[in-house]
Design a protein around this ligand. Structure first.
Ligand code: F3S
Length: 400
């Protein structure tokens, strides 16, 4: 790989220990993936933030990078942490965990990373433009950036996203190259999709189908009305979770879809398959649910407003987490939505989510509208799941 004099200087350690480690990580990645050169990135979004996932070894590594003089060269935000950074006690987070989590955030902050912890950075001040090169790590946000915003990013790991932030570079391979962004299979969707859970079910079906076929083809999804932001973020989260996909094309949505036409290789997704995908995640009966959660990926302000509308003057019967980013929560505070929600007994879980917080085994069954949350609730947290439409999650949570 050809490195510029500036990149060579970082690699030689002339710009500090952390920049050297970062450039070593990127050079090794570039070699593995056959990159010809490094390219500048516009922003980074760094995963590996929750202490629940990082553990002591991860915390030590981040501390070393901060002690080694690491400083970001491009704007960088964080994926959700293991707790609400301002209100962790209300979520039942143990104090020893909180102390470690705060040290993780401190290390990032010392490196100049903006401590906005969210999987929807595009709703929280880290909004790229079409054609921008990025180094983002959260799979749903990566899919959103490539498919909806027309920016370009591979799905980075925590260390490579941090390395890109500290150097302002990423190796040019994968989703940064035109040839890897062309659609390879047409998916014809039959049936009307309206709910976020419908789009989650669609992502599950497409992801699992391509995964089972061993195909890494980028789907060209046809037959949809133009989806809204909430539906798209749900589709992105699901297709990335169930199929490991970093991109899809939807004509009229994906900025570069006008360069291509529908591939000849195709399959259909029927209304019956969509119903059955939703049904497969609706395992727990209503009476068994002891945990409700909305906001995977993090809620938009409109979604918070809808929750407030449904909860106005009501009380919830069980633990109910409303997960979103700090900027959206601040807007919800100003508009009076937060007060209505908190009066109902529901809790905000800002900066975090039901997957990355340390709640394994704490509940029996979780109700949500998110197929991604269902996937991890079962595999990581050992909860039964009850996949519902968005409004139905709130309505089932209300005390009868
Ligand atoms: Fe975001 Fe957590 Fe879901 S990081 S996409 S809310 S699993």
């Amino acid at each position: 790989m050809i490195l510029t004099p500036e990149e060579q200087s970082m690699l030689a350690g002339e710009q500090g220990r952390a920049a050297q480690t970062a450039m070593r990580i990127l050079a090794a990645l570039g070699k593995i993936y056959g990159a010809q050169r490094m390219i500048p990135v516009r922003s980074a979004q760094i995963a590996g933030v929750s202490y629940d996932n990082l553990g002591e070894a991860g915390l030590e590594w981040l501390t070393e990078m901060a002690d080694g003089g690491g400083k970001v060269r491009v704007p960088a935000t964080l994926n959700p942490a293991g707790m609400d950074l301002e209100n962790w006690q209300a979520l039942g987070i143990p104090a020893d965990f909180a102390e470690k989590q705060i040290r993780v955030i401190d290390a990032f902050t010392r490196m100049g990373v903006t401590p906005t912890c969210t999987c929807t950075p595009y709703l929280a001040g880290n909004l790229p433009e079409a054609g921008d090169s990025l180094a983002w790590a959260e799979s749903s946000a990566v899919c959103y950036a490539n498919s909806v915003l027309g920016a370009r990013t591979n799905r980075e790991g925590g260390p490579s996203a941090l390395a890109a932030a500290l150097t302002g570079r990423t190796p040019e391979y994968g989703m940064h190259l035109d040839e890897n962004r062309r659609p390879g299979v047409t998916v014809k969707v039959e049936g009307i999709l309206a709910e976020t859970s419908d789009f989650g079910a669609l992502g599950k079906i497409i992801g699992e189908r391509l995964e089972a076929d061993g195909r890494k083809a980028i789907p060209w999804i046809s037959g949809l009305e133009v989806p809204n932001l909430e539906q798209l973020k749900s589709l992105c989260a699901s297709i990335a979770t169930y199929g490991g996909l970093a991109m899809f094309h939807i004509p009229g949505v994906t900025p570069e879809s006008n360069r291509y036409s529908a591939p000849g290789d195709s399959f259909c997704v029927t209304a019956k398959e969509l119903r059955s995908a939703k049904h497969s995640l609706t395992i727990a009966p209503a009476e068994e649910v002891d945990f409700f959660s909305l906001g995977c990926p993090h809620l938009t302000l409109s979604e918070v407003a809808r929750i407030a509308e449904l909860l106005r003057g009501k009380r919830v019967s069980k633990e109910f987490w409303i997960t979103t980013s700090r900027p959206v929560k601040r807007d919800a505070d100003r508009l009076g939505y937060s007060e209505i929600i908190l009066r109902s007994g529901a809790k905000f879980a800002v900066d975090t989510c039901c997957v990355v917080s340390p709640i394994r085994g704490r509940f029996r069954a979780m109700a949500t509208d998110s197929t991604k949350a269902c996937y991890y609730a079962g595999s990581k947290n050992k909860f039964k799941t009850r996949l519902l439409d968005f409004d139905a999650v709130v309505l089932e949570a209300i005390q009868k």
